[in-house]
Design a binder for this molecule. Structure first.
Ligand SMILES: Cc1cc2nc3c(=O)[nH]c(=O)nc-3n(C[C@H](O)[C@H](O)[C@H](O)COP(=O)(O)O)c2cc1C
Length: 462
């Protein structure tokens, strides 16, 4: 590692959106549906030469005990029109949209992303997420049609079909001899036929290959299946593993899956979500971080968080007091809907939290803050630049997706005060090296007619 050239850091700007870390109570918190908010973050990110702008997705307003989460009521516009509008006001910035692989059809998604890639001059990326709960599925008249175990099987087949569609046009087909009207005869645009377990698709795809060949593929999903899927399919992993040791372990695990698939480590970038809190001194930054965490976790929010684990009503408890003595209801998984349930058996979690709260003298709210804090960079601009650079050079990540807590100005200080320091030390670009997101991320452009999934090879696609 010592002789290795300095790695270049990749940075994305996450639009705060409906997110448990977004703070709406500050006077300068802005709209999350006005185009001006999206435009502000995108333009500022591009001015700082970031790799991309990133939108997450939620297909249904989350409910807790039959009521909508306050945060969700602020609304979430549809991803692809927002990115298309941003393509018109930016020139180089990558545009990453999260689109679910469980409730969508490959033809439509392939067409939408190919269109975005063409419109944006090669800046489109699709973040693949498999969220498959029945609560969300009810929006699509599907309910819980797909067992959890099959979510990545469907995702893999969906991506394989999308790739076959993108690859069915030659790069120069659109510039062919239109007068001859012979695209199909000369093979520049080929019919795709796919008969698989989840999809049967036959037809001639209407949209030409975009400048990137395939839009860049991101993946977010943390299970073993999710990591295998990322290794087989993705160009970028959006992860939750942002602390140094955890990041290194995740990085080794996922990159370690690539060689067996014939892929190089450089062909897959690992970008954890992270937050940055700056101050003029370390103490200032730490105090600011403490205040922000208390804004993010209100008293009622802390009780609602515990209720998701306990499975029972805890509103009679004081969030500034000790943890509930009530026992959890092991069978009640329905108190919160529309959110992936990470705790299967609450009893060991409850026991661990009680022990921690007692040992550290934590109230309910303090404990929720402690267990939901996922690292993040806190310090002066120089300290944060040092820490980000070290994380990348020592393979805890290939960069980060920066998640601000305020819309739309939440990243302004990081872009103004930290990015220039990373540029000064030669770890971050001062100019874009090319027009497409693949250029920014250092990814190869797939050739037409070439597919990488073994899965597809077993299917009658041609
Ligand atoms: C970092 C990260 C970000 C995610 N973002 C979204 C999202 O924006 N929308 C969504 O529906 N699911 C999102 N998911 C959920 C995943 O799609 C998936 O449903 C979930 O992680 C369960 O899959 P797994 O068992 O492989 O982790 C995200 C997951 C991770 C790890």
């Amino acid at each position: 590692m010592t002789n290795r050239p300095r790695k270049q850091i990749h940075l994305g700007a996450h639009f705060p959106g409906v997110n448990s870390t977004t703070v709406w109570t500050e006077p300068d918190s802005g709209s999350q549906i006005d185009f001006a908010s999206f435009e502000h973050l995108a333009r500022r990110a591009e001015d700082a030469r970031l790799d991309f702008f990133f939108l997450a997705e939620g297909l249904r307003l989350r409910e807790h005990k039959g009521e909508i989460f306050d945060l969700d009521v602020v609304g979430r516009p549809d991803t692809l029109p927002v990115l298309a509008a941003l393509a018109a006001v930016t020139d180089r910035l990558g545009l990453v949209g999260t689109i679910n692989t469980t409730f969508n059809e490959p033809w439509e998604i392939a067409r939408q992303f190919a269109t975005l890639d063409v419109l944006s001059g090669g800046r489109a990326a699709w973040n693949l997420v498999t969220s498959s709960d029945a609560f969300t599925g009810a929006n699509f008249r599907r309910g819980g049609f797909l067992p959890y175990a099959e979510r990545y099987e469907r995702a893999a087949e969906l991506v394989a079909v999308a790739r076959a569609l993108w690859d069915s046009w030659d790069d120069d087909a659109v510039r062919g001899d239109r007068a001859a009207g012979a695209f199909l005869r000369d093979g520049a645009v080929r019919e795709v036929e796919h008969v698989g377990k989840h999809f049967q698709v036959r037809g001639t795809f209407p949209t030409p290959r975009g400048p990137q060949g395939h839009p860049v593929l991101f993946q977010a999903g943390d299970s073993g299946d999710g990591r295998d899927f990322a290794a087989a399919t993705a160009d970028v992993v959006f992860s939750m593993h942002s602390t140094f040791e955890d990041g290194q372990a995740f990085y080794r695990d996922v990159k370690g899956r690539l060689a067996a698939l014939g892929r190089t480590e450089e062909s897959l970038k690992i970008l954890p979500a992270t937050t940055v809190v700056l101050g003029d001194t370390l103490a200032d930054a730490q105090e600011r971080a403490r205040v922000i965490r208390r804004q993010q976790v209100s008293g009622p929010g802390a009780i609602a968080f515990l209720e998701q684990v306990w499975g029972v009503d805890l509103t009679s408890y004081d969030p500034e007091g000790p943890l509930p003595d009530a026992e959890p209801d092991v069978d009640n998984a329905d108190i919160t809907r529309g959110r992936v349930r990470h705790v299967k058996d609450p009893r060991p979690v409850v026991a661990q939290w009680r022990a921690r709260a007692e040992a550290e003298g934590l109230s309910i709210r303090d404990l929720v803050i402690a267990v939901t804090t996922r690292g993040g960079f806190v310090g002066t601009p120089t300290q944060v630049a040092d820490d980000i650079d070290r994380a990348v050079q020592e393979d805890a990540s290939d960069g980060f997706i920066l998640v601000p807590h305020l819309t739309p100005h939440g990243l302004d200080d990081v872009l103004d005060r930290v990015v220039p320091l990373l540029q000064e030390r030669g770890s971050f670009r001062t100019e874009y090296s090319g027009p497409t997101l693949r250029h920014h991320l250092g990814l190869d452009r797939p050739a037409p007619g070439r597919t990488r999934t073994a899965h597809l090879d077993q299917q009658p696609v041609g």
